[in-house]
Design a protein around this ligand. Structure first.
Ligand SMILES: C[S@@+](CC[C@H](N)C(=O)[O-])C[C@H]1O[C@@H](n2cnc3c(N)ncnc32)[C@H](O)[C@@H]1O
Length: 230
């Protein structure tokens, strides 16, 4: 199936540099990616120990910067991404990669399929009104841990894509509403961890608010078994 790109998605296909994140050699080791990797590892370890292969789904993977880290941790990597040029680049870099052209609100996998669902830096680019649908779909395919990272700048301004394209959507990212929906996902336990920023960007980040924030959403039964009594 080939997706017809939506107007705001043309930004990614036509205006971003193919290696828009890879041109920074430190990007793959951004503190939020390292933290997400540690959380994924905690979930993956007992699965590996039981003789199963833990699965991760990277949603909106771009060119799959996180692929090497997740494979290294022993996770079976799957990805969805809507933009053809990013998919092509990911396949060029990692010919064995499993990646499908889909959007966050239309994930072609069964319920609870993935031990870890990884959605890094995507939700702030979604159009207004789509968060509930996107979160429900992410949670539907999650077995144990859903990680959604975003950027605090969107607390008070429009999403990056829309802003750079001069789109009229202003203040479309309602952080409180988002948090409320995250917390209402069925049988879930949410932790919200704020303040991921590279040391060298700290001063600038304080001014711009470009500090990453991470939602860790656990299956409640897993949480009770592994964390509540720890
Ligand atoms: C800032 S990039 C992050 C890419 C990658 N997750 C990373 O951290 O390197 C945002 C990504 O979200 C993707 N994206 C935009 N709209 C999407 C949607 N509706 N569903 C899934 N991914 C989407 C973009 O194509 C792009 O790859």
């Amino acid at each position: 199936m080939k997706l017809q790109l939506l107007p705001w998605e043309l930004y990614w296909e036509e205006q971003t540099d193919l290696d828009f994140m890879r041109d920074d050699p430190d990007e793959a080791n951004h503190p939020i990616r390292i933290r997400m990797g540690k959380e994924a590892e905690r979930v993956a370890e007992p699965v590996l120990f039981s003789g199963e292969i833990p699965k991760v789904l990277d949603v909106g993977c771009g060119t799959a910067i996180d692929y090497p880290r997740l494979v290294e941790l022993g996770l079976e990597y799957w990805a969805v991404e809507p933009i053809p040029k990013f998919i092509a680049r990911a396949r060029e870099l990692y010919p064995e990669i499993r990646i499908e052209q889909r959007r966050v609100w239309d994930i072609p996998f069964a319920d609870n399929r993935f031990d870890v669902v990884w959605c890094k830096g995507v939700v702030q680019h979604l159009p207004p009104g789509t968060y509930p649908e996107a979160l429900d779909e992410l949670w539907r395919v999650t077995k144990t841990l859903l990680m959604v990272s975003t950027n605090r700048v969107f607390l008070s301004s429009a999403g990056i894509t829309h802003r750079e394209r001069g789109d009229p959507y202003d203040n479309h990212y309602n952080f409180k509403e988002f948090l409320g929906h995250v917390r209402s996902l069925p049988n879930s336990m949410t932790r919200h961890v704020k303040g991921f920023v590279r040391r060298e960007n700290l001063e600038e980040a304080k001014k711009t608010g470009r500090i990453h924030t991470l939602f860790l959403i656990y299956d409640l039964d897993y949480w009770k078994e592994h964390h509540e009594t720890a």
